[in-house]
Write a protein that binds this ligand. Sequence first.
Ligand code: ADP
Ligand code: MG
Length: 226
Amino acid sequence: YYEQIQQTERLKTTGQLAAAVAHEIRNPLTVVGGFLQLFEQDKRFSEDQKRHCTLMIDELKTAEQVISQFLTMAKPEKEKVTETVDVKVVLQSVTDLLYSYGLIHDKSIELKVNGDCMISANTIEFKQLLINLIKNAIEASEIGDIVQVTAESEKDFVVIKVIDHGRGMSKEEVATLGTPFYSLKSKGTGLGMMICFSIVEKYKGTIDFQSSMGQGTTVMVRFPSI
Ligand code: ADP
Ligand code: MG
C-alpha cells in the first residue's frame, strides 16, 4: 500500500514536469505536421515519398496523443472546477465527436440514456473518461461492429456502460489495466486507462470490467448521482 502511494506521488511530479515539456514540444510538432501535410499533397513528390509523409504524420499524431493525455493529467486542480454534469448531454457530444472516428473504421456507436442522469464532476475530465473508454471499445471492435453506450439512474448512482463485442481481454490483461504505458496496440499510448482510473477515483465513482477473450468487453462506470 505504501509503495502504491509513493508511485502516485511520483506520477504527479512526472505529470507536472511533463506538462511543461509537453507545451514546448507541441508547437514545433504542429509546424512539422503542417509542412508534412503540404508535402503529402505536393505533385512534385513521388508516391513513395508521399506515403512516407503519411507515415510521419501518423507518428506525429501518436506523439500529440501522448502529450494531450499527459496534459489532462497535469492540469492544475484549480482549473478543474466541479460542476453539475448532465450525463446525457456529455454522452451525446462525445458520441458525436467519435462518430467519424468510428465511421472511418466502419464501426458505429449506439447511445441509449434512460431518465435523468446528473452527476458532480468536471465536464472536461468526465468527457476525457468517456472518450478513452469509447475509443478503446471502437479499437477493440471488428469491422461492422456496434459499440453500445448506455446510461441510467440506479438508486444513488448513475451507471454508464460501454459495451463492445470485440477481442476481449484475459483476466491478466484486465488486472494490468491502468498501468502507465501498458498497451497492446502498435500505436497506443497506454495512458488512457490510467487517466480513466484517476478520474473515476477523484469523483468517488467505481469502474468495473467484464471481459472474455473473443467475446467482448463491458466497462461499467458508476458515479454518485445528485
Ligand atoms: P491504449 O488505448 O493507448 O493502448 P489504454 O490505457 O487506453 O491505452 O488501454 C490499455 C490497453 O488495454 C489497450 O492497449 C488494450 O490492450 C486494453 N483494452 C482497453 N480497453 C479494451 C477493450 N474495450 N477491449 C479490449 N482491450 C482493451
Ligand atoms: Mg486507449
